[in-house]
Ligand binder design. Structure first.
Ligand code: FES
Ligand SMILES: [Fe+2]
Length: 406
Protein backbone atom coordinates (compact mmCIF):
# COMPACT_ATOMS: atom_id res chain seq x y z
CA UNK A 1 0.00 0.00 0.00
CA UNK A 2 1.37 3.35 -1.10
CA UNK A 3 1.09 6.67 0.74
CA UNK A 4 1.21 10.16 -0.79
CA UNK A 5 -1.58 9.48 -3.28
CA UNK A 6 -5.22 10.54 -3.54
CA UNK A 7 -7.74 7.78 -2.76
CA UNK A 8 -11.53 7.67 -2.67
CA UNK A 9 -12.68 7.32 0.93
CA UNK A 10 -16.46 7.35 0.41
CA UNK A 11 -19.30 8.41 -1.88
CA UNK A 12 -20.06 12.11 -1.38
CA UNK A 13 -23.75 11.51 -0.74
CA UNK A 14 -22.91 9.20 2.17
CA UNK A 15 -21.46 12.14 4.15
CA UNK A 16 -24.35 14.28 5.40
CA UNK A 17 -24.71 15.79 8.85
CA UNK A 18 -23.13 13.00 10.91
CA UNK A 19 -19.49 11.90 11.07
CA UNK A 20 -18.77 8.90 8.85
CA UNK A 21 -16.07 6.31 9.41
CA UNK A 22 -13.87 5.35 6.48
CA UNK A 23 -10.77 3.20 6.16
CA UNK A 24 -7.99 3.79 3.66
CA UNK A 25 -4.54 2.11 3.59
CA UNK A 26 -5.47 0.28 6.78
CA UNK A 27 -6.02 3.53 8.69
CA UNK A 28 -9.34 4.56 10.21
CA UNK A 29 -10.56 8.01 9.23
CA UNK A 30 -13.49 10.22 10.16
CA UNK A 31 -15.22 12.35 7.53
CA UNK A 32 -17.57 15.20 8.40
CA UNK A 33 -19.17 18.16 6.65
CA UNK A 34 -18.63 21.67 8.02
CA UNK A 35 -21.03 24.63 7.90
CA UNK A 36 -20.05 25.47 4.32
CA UNK A 37 -20.67 21.89 3.25
CA UNK A 38 -16.97 21.14 2.85
CA UNK A 39 -15.89 17.63 3.84
CA UNK A 40 -13.07 17.31 6.37
CA UNK A 41 -11.02 14.19 6.97
CA UNK A 42 -9.16 13.41 10.20
CA UNK A 43 -7.48 10.39 11.67
CA UNK A 44 -10.30 8.71 13.61
CA UNK A 45 -8.49 8.31 16.94
CA UNK A 46 -8.93 10.82 19.76
CA UNK A 47 -5.69 11.99 21.41
CA UNK A 48 -7.09 11.69 24.90
CA UNK A 49 -8.02 8.04 25.49
CA UNK A 50 -8.34 6.72 21.96
CA UNK A 51 -12.06 7.37 21.43
CA UNK A 52 -13.40 6.72 17.94
CA UNK A 53 -14.32 10.18 16.61
CA UNK A 54 -16.71 8.76 14.03
CA UNK A 55 -18.95 7.57 16.87
CA UNK A 56 -19.32 11.19 17.94
CA UNK A 57 -21.20 14.05 16.34
CA UNK A 58 -20.66 17.38 14.59
CA UNK A 59 -20.85 20.35 17.03
CA UNK A 60 -23.55 23.03 16.82
CA UNK A 61 -21.33 25.53 15.02
CA UNK A 62 -20.60 22.77 12.50
CA UNK A 63 -16.88 23.33 12.53
CA UNK A 64 -15.76 20.43 14.73
CA UNK A 65 -16.25 16.72 15.26
CA UNK A 66 -16.89 15.87 18.91
CA UNK A 67 -15.39 12.79 20.56
CA UNK A 68 -18.15 10.71 22.16
CA UNK A 69 -16.02 9.75 25.18
CA UNK A 70 -15.26 13.07 27.00
CA UNK A 71 -16.50 15.57 24.44
CA UNK A 72 -13.20 16.94 23.14
CA UNK A 73 -13.73 18.86 19.90
CA UNK A 74 -11.50 18.77 16.81
CA UNK A 75 -11.70 21.25 13.96
CA UNK A 76 -11.18 20.47 10.29
CA UNK A 77 -7.44 20.98 10.63
CA UNK A 78 -7.29 18.31 13.33
CA UNK A 79 -6.67 20.84 16.11
CA UNK A 80 -8.36 20.11 19.43
CA UNK A 81 -10.20 23.34 20.15
CA UNK A 82 -12.25 22.49 23.22
CA UNK A 83 -11.85 20.25 26.28
CA UNK A 84 -15.13 20.51 28.23
CA UNK A 85 -13.77 19.10 31.53
CA UNK A 86 -11.26 21.99 31.75
CA UNK A 87 -13.80 24.81 31.38
CA UNK A 88 -14.31 27.54 28.81
CA UNK A 89 -11.16 29.50 29.64
CA UNK A 90 -8.81 26.58 29.18
CA UNK A 91 -6.28 27.17 26.45
CA UNK A 92 -5.73 23.93 24.57
CA UNK A 93 -1.98 23.33 24.04
CA UNK A 94 -0.91 23.73 20.38
CA UNK A 95 0.39 20.18 20.13
CA UNK A 96 -3.07 18.69 20.79
CA UNK A 97 -3.62 17.80 17.14
CA UNK A 98 -4.54 14.79 15.06
CA UNK A 99 -3.62 14.28 11.40
CA UNK A 100 -5.94 16.07 8.97
CA UNK A 101 -5.85 15.04 5.32
CA UNK A 102 -6.60 17.17 2.24
CA UNK A 103 -10.03 16.49 0.73
CA UNK A 104 -11.47 17.04 -2.75
CA UNK A 105 -15.07 16.27 -3.62
CA UNK A 106 -15.09 15.15 -7.26
CA UNK A 107 -17.32 12.90 -9.39
CA UNK A 108 -19.64 12.35 -6.40
CA UNK A 109 -16.71 10.88 -4.49
CA UNK A 110 -14.70 12.04 -1.48
CA UNK A 111 -11.03 11.96 -2.45
CA UNK A 112 -8.53 12.16 0.42
CA UNK A 113 -4.81 12.72 0.07
CA UNK A 114 -3.11 10.13 2.27
CA UNK A 115 0.22 11.83 2.78
CA UNK A 116 1.98 15.06 3.66
CA UNK A 117 3.19 16.36 0.29
CA UNK A 118 2.63 20.05 -0.47
CA UNK A 119 -0.18 20.64 -2.97
CA UNK A 120 2.10 21.33 -5.94
CA UNK A 121 3.86 17.98 -5.55
CA UNK A 122 0.73 15.81 -5.54
CA UNK A 123 -0.12 13.73 -8.60
CA UNK A 124 -3.56 14.89 -9.76
CA UNK A 125 -6.90 13.15 -9.38
CA UNK A 126 -7.61 11.44 -12.74
CA UNK A 127 -9.80 13.45 -15.12
CA UNK A 128 -13.40 12.32 -15.80
CA UNK A 129 -14.95 14.96 -18.09
CA UNK A 130 -17.96 12.71 -18.74
CA UNK A 131 -19.17 13.33 -15.17
CA UNK A 132 -20.39 16.88 -15.91
CA UNK A 133 -21.25 16.36 -19.55
CA UNK A 134 -24.97 16.01 -20.37
CA UNK A 135 -24.07 14.04 -23.50
CA UNK A 136 -23.21 11.12 -21.27
CA UNK A 137 -25.42 9.00 -19.06
CA UNK A 138 -23.65 7.91 -15.86
CA UNK A 139 -24.37 5.08 -13.46
CA UNK A 140 -22.50 4.17 -10.32
CA UNK A 141 -21.92 0.97 -8.46
CA UNK A 142 -19.37 -0.43 -6.03
CA UNK A 143 -17.79 -3.71 -5.14
CA UNK A 144 -15.60 -4.87 -2.26
CA UNK A 145 -12.93 -7.38 -3.21
CA UNK A 146 -10.95 -9.73 -1.03
CA UNK A 147 -7.86 -8.82 -3.00
CA UNK A 148 -5.04 -6.28 -3.05
CA UNK A 149 -5.65 -3.15 -5.12
CA UNK A 150 -2.68 -3.33 -7.50
CA UNK A 151 -3.65 -6.84 -8.61
CA UNK A 152 -7.10 -5.39 -9.40
CA UNK A 153 -5.60 -2.53 -11.41
CA UNK A 154 -3.56 -4.98 -13.47
CA UNK A 155 -6.66 -7.02 -14.15
CA UNK A 156 -8.55 -3.92 -15.24
CA UNK A 157 -6.01 -2.88 -17.88
CA UNK A 158 -5.25 -6.39 -19.12
CA UNK A 159 -6.33 -7.01 -22.70
CA UNK A 160 -5.84 -10.78 -22.91
CA UNK A 161 -8.13 -11.90 -20.08
CA UNK A 162 -11.22 -10.52 -21.79
CA UNK A 163 -11.37 -13.45 -24.20
CA UNK A 164 -11.58 -15.88 -21.30
CA UNK A 165 -13.15 -14.11 -18.33
CA UNK A 166 -15.77 -11.91 -20.02
CA UNK A 167 -17.96 -13.64 -22.61
CA UNK A 168 -19.37 -10.23 -23.55
CA UNK A 169 -15.89 -8.99 -24.60
CA UNK A 170 -14.35 -11.91 -26.38
CA UNK A 171 -14.05 -15.49 -27.51
CA UNK A 172 -11.12 -17.73 -26.68
CA UNK A 173 -10.83 -18.32 -30.42
CA UNK A 174 -10.19 -14.62 -31.18
CA UNK A 175 -7.52 -14.30 -28.46
CA UNK A 176 -4.64 -14.38 -30.98
CA UNK A 177 -6.24 -11.58 -33.03
CA UNK A 178 -6.44 -9.06 -30.20
CA UNK A 179 -3.42 -6.82 -29.94
CA UNK A 180 -2.03 -3.72 -28.22
CA UNK A 181 -1.65 -1.02 -30.82
CA UNK A 182 -0.18 1.81 -28.75
CA UNK A 183 1.21 2.35 -25.27
CA UNK A 184 1.65 5.76 -23.68
CA UNK A 185 3.38 5.93 -20.31
CA UNK A 186 3.88 8.81 -17.87
CA UNK A 187 5.09 9.14 -14.31
CA UNK A 188 1.69 8.52 -12.67
CA UNK A 189 -0.56 7.35 -15.50
CA UNK A 190 -0.58 5.41 -18.74
CA UNK A 191 -2.92 4.75 -21.64
CA UNK A 192 -3.02 2.14 -24.33
CA UNK A 193 -5.05 1.41 -27.40
CA UNK A 194 -6.10 -2.17 -27.92
CA UNK A 195 -7.77 -3.72 -30.91
CA UNK A 196 -10.23 -6.49 -30.13
CA UNK A 197 -12.79 -8.62 -31.95
CA UNK A 198 -15.65 -9.19 -29.51
CA UNK A 199 -18.83 -11.17 -30.07
CA UNK A 200 -22.09 -9.64 -31.15
CA UNK A 201 -23.98 -8.18 -28.20
CA UNK A 202 -26.99 -9.96 -26.79
CA UNK A 203 -30.13 -8.90 -24.92
CA UNK A 204 -32.43 -5.90 -24.93
CA UNK A 205 -36.07 -5.89 -25.99
CA UNK A 206 -36.42 -8.20 -29.03
CA UNK A 207 -32.61 -8.55 -28.86
CA UNK A 208 -32.00 -4.99 -30.16
CA UNK A 209 -28.49 -4.86 -28.65
CA UNK A 210 -27.21 -7.10 -31.44
CA UNK A 211 -27.57 -4.07 -33.72
CA UNK A 212 -24.83 -2.24 -31.79
CA UNK A 213 -22.04 -4.25 -33.36
CA UNK A 214 -21.50 -7.13 -35.72
CA UNK A 215 -19.91 -10.36 -34.60
CA UNK A 216 -16.12 -10.01 -34.30
CA UNK A 217 -16.28 -6.41 -35.42
CA UNK A 218 -12.96 -4.61 -34.89
CA UNK A 219 -13.36 -2.61 -31.67
CA UNK A 220 -10.92 -0.15 -30.12
CA UNK A 221 -10.55 -0.25 -26.35
CA UNK A 222 -8.44 2.30 -24.45
CA UNK A 223 -7.52 1.31 -20.89
CA UNK A 224 -5.74 3.75 -18.59
CA UNK A 225 -4.13 3.33 -15.22
CA UNK A 226 -3.64 6.21 -12.79
CA UNK A 227 -1.66 5.78 -9.59
CA UNK A 228 -3.92 8.34 -7.82
CA UNK A 229 -6.90 6.37 -6.59
CA UNK A 230 -5.38 3.18 -8.08
CA UNK A 231 -7.80 4.12 -10.82
CA UNK A 232 -8.62 2.19 -13.95
CA UNK A 233 -10.42 3.98 -16.76
CA UNK A 234 -11.50 2.18 -19.90
CA UNK A 235 -12.99 3.74 -22.99
CA UNK A 236 -14.67 1.35 -25.41
CA UNK A 237 -15.46 2.61 -28.92
CA UNK A 238 -18.40 0.42 -29.89
CA UNK A 239 -19.06 2.20 -33.18
CA UNK A 240 -18.75 5.85 -34.29
CA UNK A 241 -20.39 8.05 -31.66
CA UNK A 242 -21.18 5.08 -29.40
CA UNK A 243 -18.80 4.90 -26.51
CA UNK A 244 -18.67 3.48 -23.02
CA UNK A 245 -16.33 4.90 -20.34
CA UNK A 246 -15.72 2.95 -17.16
CA UNK A 247 -13.97 4.63 -14.23
CA UNK A 248 -13.01 2.49 -11.24
CA UNK A 249 -11.26 3.98 -8.21
CA UNK A 250 -9.82 0.97 -6.37
CA UNK A 251 -9.32 2.03 -2.75
CA UNK A 252 -7.02 -0.13 -0.63
CA UNK A 253 -9.15 -0.34 2.52
CA UNK A 254 -6.36 -2.47 3.92
CA UNK A 255 -3.85 -4.91 2.47
CA UNK A 256 -6.53 -7.61 2.09
CA UNK A 257 -9.53 -5.59 1.02
CA UNK A 258 -10.22 -3.23 -1.87
CA UNK A 259 -13.35 -1.16 -2.30
CA UNK A 260 -14.01 -0.21 -5.91
CA UNK A 261 -16.03 2.96 -6.49
CA UNK A 262 -17.20 2.62 -10.08
CA UNK A 263 -18.83 4.88 -12.66
CA UNK A 264 -19.96 3.79 -16.05
CA UNK A 265 -20.89 6.36 -18.70
CA UNK A 266 -22.48 5.74 -22.07
CA UNK A 267 -22.89 8.16 -24.95
CA UNK A 268 -25.93 6.36 -26.45
CA UNK A 269 -29.33 5.05 -25.31
CA UNK A 270 -29.32 7.62 -22.53
CA UNK A 271 -32.85 7.03 -21.30
CA UNK A 272 -33.29 5.79 -17.76
CA UNK A 273 -35.06 2.72 -19.13
CA UNK A 274 -31.70 1.37 -20.29
CA UNK A 275 -29.99 1.80 -16.90
CA UNK A 276 -31.04 -1.50 -15.38
CA UNK A 277 -29.42 -3.60 -18.09
CA UNK A 278 -26.26 -1.46 -18.04
CA UNK A 279 -25.74 -1.77 -14.31
CA UNK A 280 -26.41 -5.50 -14.40
CA UNK A 281 -23.77 -5.97 -17.08
CA UNK A 282 -21.28 -3.84 -15.14
CA UNK A 283 -21.87 -5.86 -11.98
CA UNK A 284 -21.50 -9.11 -13.91
CA UNK A 285 -18.10 -7.95 -15.22
CA UNK A 286 -16.95 -7.06 -11.69
CA UNK A 287 -17.99 -10.49 -10.40
CA UNK A 288 -16.28 -12.29 -13.28
CA UNK A 289 -13.05 -10.45 -12.51
CA UNK A 290 -13.33 -10.94 -8.75
CA UNK A 291 -13.66 -14.73 -9.09
CA UNK A 292 -10.31 -14.82 -10.88
CA UNK A 293 -8.36 -12.13 -9.01
CA UNK A 294 -9.40 -13.21 -5.51
CA UNK A 295 -8.06 -16.70 -6.19
CA UNK A 296 -4.74 -15.57 -7.72
CA UNK A 297 -1.39 -16.19 -6.10
CA UNK A 298 0.75 -14.53 -4.84
CA UNK A 299 -1.67 -12.29 -3.13
CA UNK A 300 0.50 -9.16 -3.50
CA UNK A 301 1.93 -7.94 -6.76
CA UNK A 302 5.34 -9.56 -7.28
CA UNK A 303 8.24 -7.14 -6.94
CA UNK A 304 9.66 -7.80 -10.38
CA UNK A 305 8.64 -9.51 -13.57
CA UNK A 306 11.16 -12.27 -12.91
CA UNK A 307 9.03 -14.53 -10.73
CA UNK A 308 6.20 -14.68 -13.23
CA UNK A 309 6.57 -14.85 -16.98
CA UNK A 310 5.21 -12.16 -19.25
CA UNK A 311 4.37 -11.93 -22.92
CA UNK A 312 3.75 -9.08 -25.31
CA UNK A 313 0.09 -8.76 -24.35
CA UNK A 314 1.29 -7.89 -20.80
CA UNK A 315 3.34 -4.89 -21.82
CA UNK A 316 0.81 -2.26 -20.84
CA UNK A 317 0.22 -3.67 -17.36
CA UNK A 318 3.98 -3.84 -16.92
CA UNK A 319 4.14 -0.06 -17.31
CA UNK A 320 1.81 0.23 -14.31
CA UNK A 321 3.85 -2.24 -12.31
CA UNK A 322 7.02 -0.27 -13.00
CA UNK A 323 5.55 3.16 -12.21
CA UNK A 324 4.24 1.80 -8.92
CA UNK A 325 7.60 0.20 -8.19
CA UNK A 326 9.30 3.57 -8.67
CA UNK A 327 7.21 5.05 -5.85
CA UNK A 328 8.35 2.22 -3.63
CA UNK A 329 12.03 2.11 -4.52
CA UNK A 330 12.77 5.72 -5.38
CA UNK A 331 10.39 7.59 -3.11
CA UNK A 332 10.03 5.17 -0.19
CA UNK A 333 6.23 5.44 -0.10
CA UNK A 334 5.28 1.85 0.65
CA UNK A 335 3.84 1.12 4.08
CA UNK A 336 6.02 -1.36 5.94
CA UNK A 337 3.38 -3.88 6.99
CA UNK A 338 5.70 -5.99 9.12
CA UNK A 339 6.95 -2.99 11.09
CA UNK A 340 3.38 -1.72 11.46
CA UNK A 341 2.14 -5.07 12.76
CA UNK A 342 4.82 -5.15 15.47
CA UNK A 343 2.78 -2.48 17.24
CA UNK A 344 -0.65 -3.84 16.41
CA UNK A 345 -3.13 -3.04 19.16
CA UNK A 346 -0.46 -1.29 21.23
CA UNK A 347 0.30 1.94 19.43
CA UNK A 348 -1.57 4.27 17.14
CA UNK A 349 0.44 4.83 13.96
CA UNK A 350 -0.83 7.37 11.46
CA UNK A 351 0.13 8.34 7.95
CA UNK A 352 1.74 11.80 8.16
CA UNK A 353 -0.48 14.64 6.94
CA UNK A 354 0.37 18.20 5.84
CA UNK A 355 -0.74 19.45 9.28
CA UNK A 356 1.82 17.20 10.94
CA UNK A 357 4.51 18.36 8.50
CA UNK A 358 3.67 21.97 9.35
CA UNK A 359 3.92 21.22 13.06
CA UNK A 360 7.35 19.64 12.62
CA UNK A 361 8.47 22.68 10.63
CA UNK A 362 7.42 24.84 13.58
CA UNK A 363 9.36 22.65 15.97
CA UNK A 364 6.23 21.10 17.52
CA UNK A 365 5.94 17.50 18.61
CA UNK A 366 3.25 15.13 17.30
CA UNK A 367 1.40 12.77 19.61
CA UNK A 368 0.99 9.75 17.34
CA UNK A 369 3.96 8.07 15.73
CA UNK A 370 4.39 7.86 11.97
CA UNK A 371 3.21 4.87 10.00
CA UNK A 372 6.47 3.07 9.09
CA UNK A 373 7.43 2.96 5.42
CA UNK A 374 9.95 0.85 3.57
CA UNK A 375 12.96 3.13 3.00
CA UNK A 376 13.83 4.04 -0.59
CA UNK A 377 16.59 1.88 -1.95
CA UNK A 378 20.04 3.39 -2.27
CA UNK A 379 20.93 0.79 -4.88
CA UNK A 380 18.03 0.59 -7.28
CA UNK A 381 18.97 -2.91 -8.33
CA UNK A 382 15.46 -4.33 -8.51
CA UNK A 383 14.06 -1.34 -10.35
CA UNK A 384 16.93 -1.27 -12.82
CA UNK A 385 16.43 -4.91 -13.60
CA UNK A 386 12.72 -4.33 -13.82
CA UNK A 387 13.10 -1.39 -16.17
CA UNK A 388 15.14 -3.57 -18.48
CA UNK A 389 12.51 -6.27 -18.40
CA UNK A 390 9.73 -3.83 -19.21
CA UNK A 391 11.67 -2.18 -22.00
CA UNK A 392 12.14 -5.59 -23.56
CA UNK A 393 8.41 -6.13 -23.36
CA UNK A 394 7.58 -2.79 -24.88
CA UNK A 395 10.18 -2.74 -27.64
CA UNK A 396 8.75 -4.18 -30.79
CA UNK A 397 10.49 -7.42 -31.66
CA UNK A 398 12.76 -7.47 -28.59
CA UNK A 399 13.04 -10.71 -26.73
CA UNK A 400 14.41 -12.11 -23.51
CA UNK A 401 14.47 -15.68 -22.29
CA UNK A 402 13.64 -14.48 -18.81
CA UNK A 403 10.51 -12.58 -19.48
CA UNK A 404 9.01 -13.09 -22.90
CA UNK A 405 7.55 -16.05 -24.61
CA UNK A 406 7.07 -14.82 -28.14
S1 FES B 1 -11.19 9.81 24.49
FE1 FES B 1 -11.88 11.40 23.28
S2 FES B 1 -12.42 12.89 24.68
FE2 FES B 1 -11.57 11.35 25.91
FE1 LIG C 1 -11.96 -7.91 -16.46
Amino acid sequence: MIINLWYVAEWADAVKDKPVKAKVLGQDLVLFRDLEGKVKCLSNVCLHRGGSLSQGWVNEKKDCVVCPYHGWEYNGKGKCSKIPSEGDNFEVPPRFKVDSYPVEEKYGMIWVFMGDLPEEERFPIPPLPQYDDPNWRGLKTEYTWKAEASRIVENGIDIAHASFVHPVFGYPSTAPDNYIDEVEKHEWWGRSTNVMFPPQLKGGLFGWRKLIRKDKQETRVHPEWHLPGMTVKIQIDLRPGWQIVMFDANTPVDEHTTRTFAWQFRSFMKLKAFDKGSIQRLNTILLEDAAIVEASNPYYLPETLANEVSVKSDKFMSTFRMARRKLIEEKGWEIDLDARDTYKGRKVLTIPSPTRREAYENGQKWVFEKMPTVPALKEKAVLKDFEKQVSELTTEGANSEETIVD
